[in-house]
Design a protein around this ligand. Sequence first.
Ligand code: PLP
Length: 503
Amino acid sequence: MTTRTPGAESDLEAAFQRDMSPAEFRRHGYAAVDLAAAYLEQVASLPPLARVEPGAVAAALPGKPPRVGEPMEAIMADIGNLLIPASTHWNHPRFFAYFNSSAAGAGILGELLTATLNANAMLWRTGPAATELEWVVCRWLARMTGLPDTFDGHINDTASSSTLVALAAAREAAGLEVRELGLAGRPELPALRVYASDQAHSSVEKAVVTLGLGRTGFRAVASDEEFRMDPRALAQAIEADLQAGHRPCAVVATVGTTASTSIDPVDEIATICERHGLWLHIDAAHGGALAILPERRGVFAGVSRAQSVVMNPHKWLFTPLDCSVLLTTRPEVLRRAFSLVPDYLATPEADRDQGFGARNLMDFGVSLGRRMRALKLWMVLRYFGQEGLERLLRSHLAMAGWLRAQLEAASDWEMCAPMPMSTLCFRHHPGRLTSEAELEAHNRDLMARVNAAGEVFISHAVLAGHFVLRATIGGLRTEPQDVAVLWEQLQTAARGADGQGGA
Ligand SMILES: Cc1ncc(COP(=O)(O)O)c(C=O)c1O
C-alpha cells in the first residue's frame, strides 16, 4: 500500500508558492541591506522634512492588493522611488525637531533579527530568550543610569504605553478595588487625582483619561520660571483635593520636559509623595539617557525613590522605534493590575518571577503578544558600550553649547529657556518688533522658511505663552558642521523674514 501526501498532486499544491527559498532570501536580503546602506549613506543629501502633499502617497498606490504575487525587485523599487522620497528622515543628521529618534546600525540589524526569530514573548515558554533578555537589558539600563537593582523592568512600545501601565498600577495601589468593581456607578468612591506639572507631556493626561479618571482627574501643577514643577504648588494642590474629599493617587515628575527639557525637583516631590502615600512615576522618556553620563547623573537625583520610571531608548539612545523601558520597584502591583490568565495560556512554569526575569510578560500590561524589542536595545548597548554612548551624548552637549553661544552672542536672537540638556528654545527678536503677536508671527514665518529650504528641520514650542523655536541636538549622525548649517539657515531665514532677501 502506498501512502500519499494529502493534496500533493492537486493543482493547488503545484501552483502554491510558499515563502521564498533560503537562496532567494539571501539574495533579496542582501539587496535590502544594500538599499538600507545606500539610504543611510545618502540621507544627508535629502530634505529632512518630507516634501509631499497630503494624499500624494495614497494616490500613487493601487487601491487594491495584487491578485498574484509580485517580484521582490518591483516591491523594493517602489520603496526606493515612492516611499523614501515621501518620508521625513529621522535618521538625517540635520533633523533637529521634536526629540530625535535616530537608529544605529546595530539596532537596525536587531530589527531584522527580531523579525527573523519572530518570538512572541507573551509567556516565558513562548519566548524564553526574549523574556529573560528583556529583563537583563532593563537591568543594564537601570545600572547605567545609577538606579538600584530594586528596579525591575519590561519594554513597551512607547512612553505613552509605559505611563499608562504605571498609572494603572498606581490606581491599583490605591486599594479601591477598581480592578474588580470598576469606577462607574460607585457613588462612595472618591474622585482620583493624578498630578503632573503644566509642562508634562500630554501622554500623562491621556493615560488619566484612558484609565477612566476623566480630565478633571488630571491636575496640572504650576511650574517655576525655569519650567520645573513647583513642589509647594504640588503640596497645596494635594491638600486642596484632600479637603474636597478627593483621593490623590499619583504624581508624575518629568526629567526632560518636552518643550524645554526642564527637570522637576524629584527629591522634593518624592518627599511629598511619601508623606501622602502616593505613587511617584518619573517620565524620563528623553532625558533619562543623560543620566548615563557620570558627570550628569545629578539629573536623576531622587529618581530611585520613585515607584516607576520610563525611559525611551528610541529617543536619545539610538535604538530604532519602538522601544520604551518601564522600570518599577513594584512589579507585583503591575501584575495585580493586569494579570488575567485564560485557560489556554496557563503554564506550569514561571507564574512567579524567581528573580531572573523568568515570568510571563503578558501579565504586566495590556497587550498579549509582544515583540522581542530587547534584542535591538541589547545590540545597541553592546555595540557602543557605556563609553561609546557617553561620547555621543557629550558630543551632543558640546554642539548644543556651541549653538547656544552663537545665539547669545547675536544681538537679535534670544534664548527663551535654560538648557539643561541639548535642546535649545530660542527666538529671533529684531528690535523693531515689540508686541508678542508680531514676534510670534515673525518666528512662525522664520520657522516655515527654515524648514522649506530643505537643509534642516526644526520645530517649535510654547513656553509661558510665548511661541519659541526649538532645536534638539541628539541625532546619532549629527556632527558640528550640521549644527553650523542650522545656524546659517536660521540667520538666512531671519534675513528673509525681515524682508532683506535670502531664504
Ligand atoms: C517627556 C515625554 N514623555 C513622553 C513622550 C511620549 O513618547 P512616546 O512617543 O514614546 O509615547 C514624549 C514625546 O516626545 C515626551 O517628550
